[in-house]
Ligand binder design. Sequence first.
Ligand code: HAM
Length: 416
Amino acid sequence: MSITGIKGMNDILPGEVETWRFLENEARRVFETFGFSEIRVPVVEKTELFLRSIGETTDIVEKEMYTFTDKGGNSISLRPEGTAPVVRSFIQNKLHALDPVAKLYYMGPMYRYERPQKGRYRQFHQIGAEVLGLESPKIDAQVLFMLVRFFEAVDIGDVELQINSLGCPECRPGYRAALVEFLAERLDRLCEDCRRRFGANPMRVLDCKVPGCAETTIGAPSVIESLCSVCGDHFSEVRGLIGDLGLSYAVNPRMVRGLDYYTKTAFEMVTGSIGAQNAVAAGGRYDGLVRELGGPPIPGIGFAMGVERLILLREGQQIAPPRLPLFIASLGEEASREAFLYMSRLQRLGIRAEMDYEGKSLKSQMRRAGKLGARFVLILGEEEVSRKKAPLRDMDEGTQEEISLEDADLRIAERL
Ligand code: HAM
Protein backbone atom coordinates (compact mmCIF):
# COMPACT_ATOMS: atom_id res chain seq x y z
CA MET A 1 0.00 0.00 0.00
CA SER A 2 1.31 3.47 -0.80
CA ILE A 3 2.06 5.91 2.00
CA THR A 4 -0.23 8.93 2.22
CA GLY A 5 0.34 12.33 3.81
CA ILE A 6 -0.83 13.23 7.31
CA LYS A 7 -4.50 14.10 7.81
CA GLY A 8 -5.04 17.85 7.73
CA MET A 9 -1.68 18.53 6.09
CA ASN A 10 -1.97 19.32 2.42
CA ASP A 11 0.27 19.33 -0.61
CA ILE A 12 0.34 22.54 -2.62
CA LEU A 13 0.56 21.41 -6.21
CA PRO A 14 1.77 23.07 -9.40
CA GLY A 15 -1.20 25.01 -10.73
CA GLU A 16 -2.12 26.00 -7.14
CA VAL A 17 1.28 27.31 -6.21
CA GLU A 18 0.99 30.29 -8.56
CA THR A 19 -1.82 31.73 -6.40
CA TRP A 20 0.25 31.14 -3.26
CA ARG A 21 3.16 32.99 -4.77
CA PHE A 22 0.93 35.81 -5.90
CA LEU A 23 -0.40 36.28 -2.34
CA GLU A 24 3.09 36.07 -0.84
CA ASN A 25 4.52 38.53 -3.36
CA GLU A 26 1.70 41.00 -2.81
CA ALA A 27 2.20 40.74 0.96
CA ARG A 28 5.90 41.49 0.56
CA ARG A 29 5.16 44.40 -1.73
CA VAL A 30 2.44 45.96 0.44
CA PHE A 31 4.20 45.35 3.78
CA GLU A 32 7.51 46.72 2.53
CA THR A 33 5.72 49.89 1.42
CA PHE A 34 4.80 50.29 5.10
CA GLY A 35 8.43 49.81 6.20
CA PHE A 36 8.28 46.18 7.30
CA SER A 37 11.23 43.77 6.96
CA GLU A 38 11.02 40.01 6.73
CA ILE A 39 12.02 37.80 9.65
CA ARG A 40 12.32 33.99 9.52
CA VAL A 41 12.07 32.04 12.75
CA PRO A 42 12.18 28.26 13.33
CA VAL A 43 9.05 26.12 13.11
CA VAL A 44 9.83 24.51 16.48
CA GLU A 45 10.35 26.27 19.80
CA LYS A 46 10.56 25.34 23.44
CA THR A 47 7.04 24.44 24.60
CA GLU A 48 7.34 26.90 27.46
CA LEU A 49 7.38 29.81 25.00
CA PHE A 50 3.81 29.05 23.94
CA LEU A 51 2.61 28.31 27.47
CA ARG A 52 3.82 31.71 28.63
CA SER A 53 2.58 33.71 25.66
CA ILE A 54 -0.61 32.15 24.29
CA GLY A 55 -1.68 31.05 27.78
CA GLU A 56 -2.05 27.68 29.49
CA THR A 57 -5.84 27.76 29.54
CA THR A 58 -6.39 28.49 25.86
CA ASP A 59 -7.65 25.85 23.42
CA ILE A 60 -4.44 26.12 21.43
CA VAL A 61 -2.22 25.20 24.35
CA GLU A 62 -4.62 22.83 26.09
CA LYS A 63 -5.66 20.79 23.09
CA GLU A 64 -4.00 21.72 19.85
CA MET A 65 -0.23 21.79 20.16
CA TYR A 66 2.07 19.25 18.55
CA THR A 67 4.38 18.74 21.51
CA PHE A 68 7.29 16.27 21.61
CA THR A 69 10.17 15.35 23.82
CA ASP A 70 13.40 15.53 21.83
CA LYS A 71 16.32 13.15 22.24
CA GLY A 72 17.78 15.45 24.89
CA GLY A 73 14.62 15.19 26.99
CA ASN A 74 13.43 18.76 26.21
CA SER A 75 9.79 19.54 25.53
CA ILE A 76 9.49 21.23 22.16
CA SER A 77 6.44 22.20 20.10
CA LEU A 78 5.66 22.88 16.48
CA ARG A 79 4.69 26.54 16.39
CA PRO A 80 0.91 27.03 16.46
CA GLU A 81 1.34 30.71 15.54
CA GLY A 82 4.05 33.24 14.72
CA THR A 83 3.81 36.06 17.25
CA ALA A 84 5.48 34.28 20.18
CA PRO A 85 8.49 33.09 18.13
CA VAL A 86 8.94 36.56 16.61
CA VAL A 87 8.82 38.21 20.03
CA ARG A 88 11.22 35.57 21.40
CA SER A 89 13.64 36.36 18.57
CA PHE A 90 13.20 40.12 19.06
CA ILE A 91 14.21 39.78 22.72
CA GLN A 92 16.97 37.22 22.19
CA ASN A 93 18.62 39.20 19.38
CA LYS A 94 18.11 42.49 21.20
CA LEU A 95 16.56 44.05 18.12
CA HIS A 96 15.33 46.93 20.32
CA ALA A 97 18.95 47.95 20.87
CA LEU A 98 19.42 48.37 17.11
CA ASP A 99 16.25 50.34 16.56
CA PRO A 100 13.55 51.26 19.08
CA VAL A 101 10.88 50.35 16.53
CA ALA A 102 10.80 46.97 14.80
CA LYS A 103 8.35 46.30 11.98
CA LEU A 104 8.58 42.64 11.04
CA TYR A 105 6.67 40.30 8.77
CA TYR A 106 6.77 36.55 8.29
CA MET A 107 5.12 33.79 6.33
CA GLY A 108 5.14 30.07 6.74
CA PRO A 109 3.51 26.93 8.11
CA MET A 110 1.88 26.74 11.55
CA TYR A 111 0.56 23.62 13.27
CA ARG A 112 -2.55 23.00 15.33
CA TYR A 113 -4.10 19.65 16.10
CA GLU A 114 -7.65 20.71 15.25
CA ARG A 115 -10.42 18.72 13.60
CA PRO A 116 -9.81 19.30 9.89
CA GLN A 117 -12.62 20.80 7.82
CA LYS A 118 -12.98 23.35 5.04
CA GLY A 119 -10.67 26.25 5.92
CA ARG A 120 -9.24 24.48 8.97
CA TYR A 121 -6.16 22.31 8.73
CA ARG A 122 -3.47 20.86 10.97
CA GLN A 123 -0.69 22.38 8.92
CA PHE A 124 -1.83 25.77 7.68
CA HIS A 125 0.02 28.88 6.59
CA GLN A 126 0.04 32.37 7.97
CA ILE A 127 1.28 35.64 6.61
CA GLY A 128 1.75 37.90 9.58
CA ALA A 129 3.16 41.25 10.64
CA GLU A 130 4.22 42.62 14.01
CA VAL A 131 5.22 46.11 15.19
CA LEU A 132 7.24 46.33 18.39
CA GLY A 133 8.06 49.55 20.23
CA LEU A 134 5.10 51.85 19.50
CA GLU A 135 2.23 52.64 21.78
CA SER A 136 0.45 55.28 19.73
CA PRO A 137 -3.04 54.56 18.38
CA LYS A 138 -1.66 55.79 15.06
CA ILE A 139 0.25 52.55 14.73
CA ASP A 140 -2.92 50.52 15.39
CA ALA A 141 -4.53 52.49 12.56
CA GLN A 142 -1.49 51.94 10.31
CA VAL A 143 -1.58 48.18 10.90
CA LEU A 144 -5.32 48.06 10.13
CA PHE A 145 -4.81 50.23 7.06
CA MET A 146 -2.02 47.91 5.84
CA LEU A 147 -4.25 44.87 6.33
CA VAL A 148 -7.05 46.47 4.34
CA ARG A 149 -4.59 47.57 1.64
CA PHE A 150 -3.45 43.97 1.30
CA PHE A 151 -7.02 42.73 0.84
CA GLU A 152 -7.54 45.38 -1.84
CA ALA A 153 -4.28 44.44 -3.56
CA VAL A 154 -5.27 40.78 -3.83
CA ASP A 155 -8.82 41.64 -4.82
CA ILE A 156 -10.68 40.10 -1.88
CA GLY A 157 -13.74 42.17 -1.15
CA ASP A 158 -16.11 39.98 0.77
CA VAL A 159 -14.71 40.68 4.25
CA GLU A 160 -15.69 42.82 7.19
CA LEU A 161 -13.22 44.41 9.58
CA GLN A 162 -14.41 43.95 13.16
CA ILE A 163 -12.69 45.64 16.06
CA ASN A 164 -12.89 45.57 19.81
CA SER A 165 -10.82 46.61 22.82
CA LEU A 166 -9.88 44.02 25.41
CA GLY A 167 -8.64 46.52 27.99
CA CYS A 168 -5.47 46.23 30.04
CA PRO A 169 -4.36 44.82 33.42
CA GLU A 170 -5.93 47.93 35.00
CA CYS A 171 -9.45 47.48 33.71
CA ARG A 172 -9.68 43.82 32.69
CA PRO A 173 -10.06 42.41 36.24
CA GLY A 174 -13.13 44.61 36.83
CA TYR A 175 -14.68 43.45 33.58
CA ARG A 176 -13.83 39.85 34.33
CA ALA A 177 -15.53 40.09 37.70
CA ALA A 178 -18.69 41.59 36.16
CA LEU A 179 -18.74 38.86 33.53
CA VAL A 180 -18.21 36.10 36.09
CA GLU A 181 -21.14 37.46 38.07
CA PHE A 182 -23.32 37.45 34.95
CA LEU A 183 -22.24 33.93 33.92
CA ALA A 184 -22.50 32.44 37.39
CA GLU A 185 -26.28 32.88 37.28
CA ARG A 186 -26.48 31.07 33.97
CA LEU A 187 -23.89 28.35 34.40
CA ASP A 188 -26.36 25.48 34.00
CA ARG A 189 -27.27 26.70 30.52
CA LEU A 190 -23.66 26.68 29.25
CA CYS A 191 -21.95 23.79 27.47
CA GLU A 192 -19.41 21.64 29.25
CA ASP A 193 -16.46 23.42 27.64
CA CYS A 194 -17.82 26.79 28.75
CA ARG A 195 -18.35 25.61 32.33
CA ARG A 196 -14.67 24.72 32.34
CA ARG A 197 -13.76 28.05 30.70
CA PHE A 198 -15.84 29.86 33.31
CA GLY A 199 -13.28 29.03 35.97
CA ALA A 200 -10.09 29.49 33.95
CA ASN A 201 -10.82 31.95 31.18
CA PRO A 202 -14.39 33.34 31.40
CA MET A 203 -14.05 35.79 28.48
CA ARG A 204 -13.70 32.80 26.16
CA VAL A 205 -17.33 31.90 26.92
CA LEU A 206 -18.39 34.87 24.77
CA ASP A 207 -16.64 33.27 21.81
CA CYS A 208 -18.34 29.87 22.09
CA LYS A 209 -19.97 28.74 18.85
CA VAL A 210 -22.50 26.43 20.56
CA PRO A 211 -25.92 28.04 19.86
CA GLY A 212 -27.16 27.61 23.46
CA CYS A 213 -24.12 29.45 24.82
CA ALA A 214 -24.39 32.26 22.30
CA GLU A 215 -28.03 32.72 23.33
CA THR A 216 -27.31 32.54 27.04
CA THR A 217 -24.67 35.25 26.85
CA ILE A 218 -26.92 37.77 25.08
CA GLY A 219 -26.93 40.82 27.33
CA ALA A 220 -23.57 39.97 28.96
CA PRO A 221 -21.63 43.02 30.16
CA SER A 222 -19.69 44.67 27.35
CA VAL A 223 -15.93 44.92 27.66
CA ILE A 224 -16.00 48.32 25.98
CA GLU A 225 -18.14 49.78 28.75
CA SER A 226 -15.60 48.67 31.37
CA LEU A 227 -12.51 50.21 29.77
CA CYS A 228 -10.36 52.49 31.92
CA SER A 229 -9.83 56.00 30.60
CA VAL A 230 -6.46 55.15 28.99
CA CYS A 231 -7.90 52.17 27.09
CA GLY A 232 -11.12 54.03 26.29
CA ASP A 233 -9.23 57.02 24.85
CA HIS A 234 -6.92 54.72 22.89
CA PHE A 235 -9.90 52.91 21.37
CA SER A 236 -11.73 56.10 20.37
CA GLU A 237 -8.53 57.49 18.87
CA VAL A 238 -8.05 54.30 16.79
CA ARG A 239 -11.66 54.49 15.63
CA GLY A 240 -11.28 58.14 14.73
CA LEU A 241 -8.12 57.49 12.72
CA ILE A 242 -9.44 54.54 10.75
CA GLY A 243 -12.59 56.53 10.11
CA ASP A 244 -10.44 59.34 8.69
CA LEU A 245 -8.69 56.77 6.48
CA GLY A 246 -12.07 55.76 5.12
CA LEU A 247 -11.94 52.18 6.41
CA SER A 248 -15.32 50.64 7.05
CA TYR A 249 -15.56 48.51 10.18
CA ALA A 250 -17.92 47.23 12.82
CA VAL A 251 -17.35 47.23 16.57
CA ASN A 252 -17.86 43.72 17.95
CA PRO A 253 -17.72 43.80 21.77
CA ARG A 254 -18.04 39.99 21.90
CA MET A 255 -14.79 39.36 20.06
CA VAL A 256 -12.36 38.01 22.64
CA ARG A 257 -9.69 36.23 20.57
CA GLY A 258 -8.32 32.81 21.45
CA LEU A 259 -4.90 33.86 22.75
CA ASP A 260 -4.25 35.41 26.14
CA TYR A 261 -1.63 37.99 25.24
CA TYR A 262 -3.95 40.67 23.87
CA THR A 263 -4.48 44.09 25.43
CA LYS A 264 -6.47 47.07 24.08
CA THR A 265 -7.19 46.85 20.33
CA ALA A 266 -8.23 43.45 18.92
CA PHE A 267 -9.54 42.84 15.43
CA GLU A 268 -10.60 40.26 12.89
CA MET A 269 -11.33 40.21 9.19
CA VAL A 270 -14.47 38.15 8.94
CA THR A 271 -16.20 36.66 5.93
CA GLY A 272 -19.53 34.99 5.37
CA SER A 273 -18.43 33.01 2.34
CA ILE A 274 -16.22 30.14 3.50
CA GLY A 275 -18.38 28.39 6.04
CA ALA A 276 -17.75 28.03 9.75
CA GLN A 277 -14.13 29.15 9.64
CA ASN A 278 -15.01 32.80 9.17
CA ALA A 279 -11.88 34.64 10.38
CA VAL A 280 -9.50 35.22 7.51
CA ALA A 281 -7.13 37.44 9.45
CA ALA A 282 -6.88 38.38 13.09
CA GLY A 283 -4.69 40.24 15.50
CA GLY A 284 -4.37 42.95 18.06
CA ARG A 285 -2.20 44.74 20.54
CA TYR A 286 -0.09 42.84 23.09
CA ASP A 287 1.57 45.47 25.27
CA GLY A 288 2.58 43.04 28.02
CA LEU A 289 4.01 40.20 25.95
CA VAL A 290 7.62 41.30 25.49
CA ARG A 291 7.96 41.76 29.21
CA GLU A 292 6.16 38.51 29.98
CA LEU A 293 8.73 36.70 27.84
CA GLY A 294 11.63 38.27 29.72
CA GLY A 295 12.26 41.41 27.66
CA PRO A 296 11.93 45.11 28.45
CA PRO A 297 8.45 46.69 28.73
CA ILE A 298 7.96 47.22 25.00
CA PRO A 299 4.47 47.34 23.46
CA GLY A 300 3.48 45.39 20.36
CA ILE A 301 0.69 44.96 17.83
CA GLY A 302 0.23 42.69 14.83
CA PHE A 303 -1.92 40.29 12.88
CA ALA A 304 -1.81 37.07 10.92
CA MET A 305 -3.82 35.99 7.90
CA GLY A 306 -4.64 32.38 7.07
CA VAL A 307 -3.38 31.78 3.54
CA GLU A 308 -5.64 28.77 2.89
CA ARG A 309 -8.64 30.93 3.80
CA LEU A 310 -7.47 33.76 1.53
CA ILE A 311 -7.28 31.19 -1.26
CA LEU A 312 -10.80 29.92 -0.55
CA LEU A 313 -12.00 33.52 -0.83
CA ARG A 314 -10.32 33.90 -4.20
CA GLU A 315 -11.96 30.74 -5.57
CA GLY A 316 -12.38 31.00 -9.31
CA GLN A 317 -9.62 33.59 -9.54
CA GLN A 318 -6.68 31.21 -9.83
CA ILE A 319 -3.49 32.73 -11.15
CA ALA A 320 -2.52 31.04 -14.41
CA PRO A 321 1.01 29.69 -14.69
CA PRO A 322 3.20 31.72 -17.07
CA ARG A 323 2.80 30.78 -20.68
CA LEU A 324 5.34 28.66 -22.58
CA PRO A 325 6.98 30.99 -25.11
CA LEU A 326 8.40 28.39 -27.48
CA PHE A 327 8.14 24.73 -28.38
CA ILE A 328 10.74 23.35 -30.76
CA ALA A 329 9.39 20.56 -32.90
CA SER A 330 11.93 18.43 -34.73
CA LEU A 331 11.95 15.62 -37.27
CA GLY A 332 14.90 13.26 -37.47
CA GLU A 333 17.88 12.74 -35.20
CA GLU A 334 20.00 15.53 -36.60
CA ALA A 335 17.19 18.07 -36.24
CA SER A 336 16.43 16.79 -32.75
CA ARG A 337 20.04 17.37 -31.74
CA GLU A 338 19.89 20.84 -33.24
CA ALA A 339 16.62 21.50 -31.35
CA PHE A 340 18.32 20.41 -28.14
CA LEU A 341 21.24 22.84 -28.64
CA TYR A 342 18.84 25.55 -29.65
CA MET A 343 16.65 25.06 -26.61
CA SER A 344 19.75 25.32 -24.40
CA ARG A 345 20.73 28.57 -26.11
CA LEU A 346 17.34 30.07 -25.31
CA GLN A 347 17.50 28.86 -21.72
CA ARG A 348 20.83 30.62 -21.39
CA LEU A 349 19.05 33.80 -22.51
CA GLY A 350 16.44 33.19 -19.81
CA ILE A 351 13.72 32.12 -22.25
CA ARG A 352 11.81 28.98 -21.44
CA ALA A 353 11.58 26.48 -24.27
CA GLU A 354 10.46 22.88 -24.53
CA MET A 355 11.09 20.16 -27.10
CA ASP A 356 10.26 16.55 -27.83
CA TYR A 357 12.93 14.16 -26.55
CA GLU A 358 11.54 10.95 -27.94
CA GLY A 359 11.30 11.22 -31.71
CA LYS A 360 7.50 11.51 -31.77
CA SER A 361 5.53 12.35 -34.94
CA LEU A 362 5.11 16.01 -35.92
CA LYS A 363 1.38 15.71 -35.24
CA SER A 364 1.97 14.48 -31.72
CA GLN A 365 4.58 17.20 -31.11
CA MET A 366 2.13 19.87 -32.28
CA ARG A 367 -0.48 18.43 -29.95
CA ARG A 368 1.95 18.63 -27.05
CA ALA A 369 2.87 22.23 -27.97
CA GLY A 370 -0.84 23.04 -27.88
CA LYS A 371 -1.29 21.33 -24.53
CA LEU A 372 1.60 23.29 -23.06
CA GLY A 373 0.02 26.48 -24.39
CA ALA A 374 3.07 27.39 -26.49
CA ARG A 375 2.96 30.86 -28.03
CA PHE A 376 5.33 29.92 -30.89
CA VAL A 377 6.48 26.64 -32.41
CA LEU A 378 9.74 26.41 -34.32
CA ILE A 379 9.70 23.49 -36.72
CA LEU A 380 13.05 21.88 -37.54
CA GLY A 381 13.62 19.18 -40.17
CA GLU A 382 16.90 18.01 -41.72
CA GLU A 383 16.39 20.44 -44.60
CA GLU A 384 15.76 23.40 -42.30
CA VAL A 385 18.91 22.57 -40.37
CA SER A 386 21.05 22.54 -43.52
CA ARG A 387 19.40 25.71 -44.93
CA LYS A 388 19.67 27.38 -41.52
CA LYS A 389 16.13 28.69 -41.91
CA ALA A 390 13.00 27.32 -40.32
CA PRO A 391 9.29 28.13 -40.05
CA LEU A 392 8.13 29.78 -36.84
CA ARG A 393 4.43 29.28 -36.22
CA ASP A 394 2.49 31.84 -34.25
CA MET A 395 0.00 29.62 -32.42
CA ASP A 396 -2.35 32.49 -31.53
CA GLU A 397 -2.54 34.08 -34.97
CA GLY A 398 -2.32 30.80 -36.88
CA THR A 399 0.36 32.42 -39.09
CA GLN A 400 3.77 31.15 -40.02
CA GLU A 401 6.95 32.84 -41.22
CA GLU A 402 10.42 31.70 -42.02
CA ILE A 403 13.19 32.92 -39.78
CA SER A 404 16.95 32.52 -39.95
CA LEU A 405 18.31 30.06 -37.41
CA GLU A 406 21.43 32.20 -36.94
CA ASP A 407 19.59 34.81 -34.92
CA ALA A 408 16.26 33.10 -34.29
CA ASP A 409 16.74 33.30 -30.54
CA LEU A 410 16.87 37.08 -30.77
CA ARG A 411 13.96 37.19 -33.21
CA ILE A 412 11.87 35.10 -30.82
CA ALA A 413 12.92 37.16 -27.82
CA GLU A 414 11.80 40.28 -29.74
CA ARG A 415 8.34 38.86 -30.35
CA LEU A 416 7.63 37.85 -26.77
P1 HAM B 1 -5.22 33.38 15.25
O1 HAM B 1 -6.55 34.04 15.30
O2 HAM B 1 -5.04 32.18 16.11
O3 HAM B 1 -4.15 34.49 15.63
O4 HAM B 1 -4.88 32.98 13.78
C1 HAM B 1 -4.82 33.94 12.74
C2 HAM B 1 -5.44 33.39 11.46
O5 HAM B 1 -4.80 32.15 11.10
C3 HAM B 1 -6.90 33.03 11.58
O6 HAM B 1 -7.71 34.17 11.41
C4 HAM B 1 -7.07 32.05 10.42
O7 HAM B 1 -7.24 32.77 9.20
C5 HAM B 1 -5.74 31.33 10.41
N1 HAM B 1 -5.86 30.03 11.07
C6 HAM B 1 -5.80 29.75 12.38
N2 HAM B 1 -5.93 28.43 12.62
C7 HAM B 1 -6.09 27.84 11.41
C8 HAM B 1 -6.27 26.50 10.98
N3 HAM B 1 -6.29 25.45 11.82
N4 HAM B 1 -6.39 26.26 9.64
C9 HAM B 1 -6.35 27.28 8.77
N5 HAM B 1 -6.18 28.58 9.12
C10 HAM B 1 -6.04 28.86 10.42
C11 HAM B 1 -2.81 34.26 15.67
O8 HAM B 1 -2.27 33.26 15.28
C12 HAM B 1 -2.04 35.46 16.17
N6 HAM B 1 -0.61 35.12 16.22
C13 HAM B 1 -2.26 36.68 15.27
C14 HAM B 1 -1.50 37.87 15.73
C15 HAM B 1 -0.36 38.33 15.23
N7 HAM B 1 -1.82 38.64 16.75
C16 HAM B 1 -0.90 39.58 16.89
N8 HAM B 1 0.01 39.39 15.98
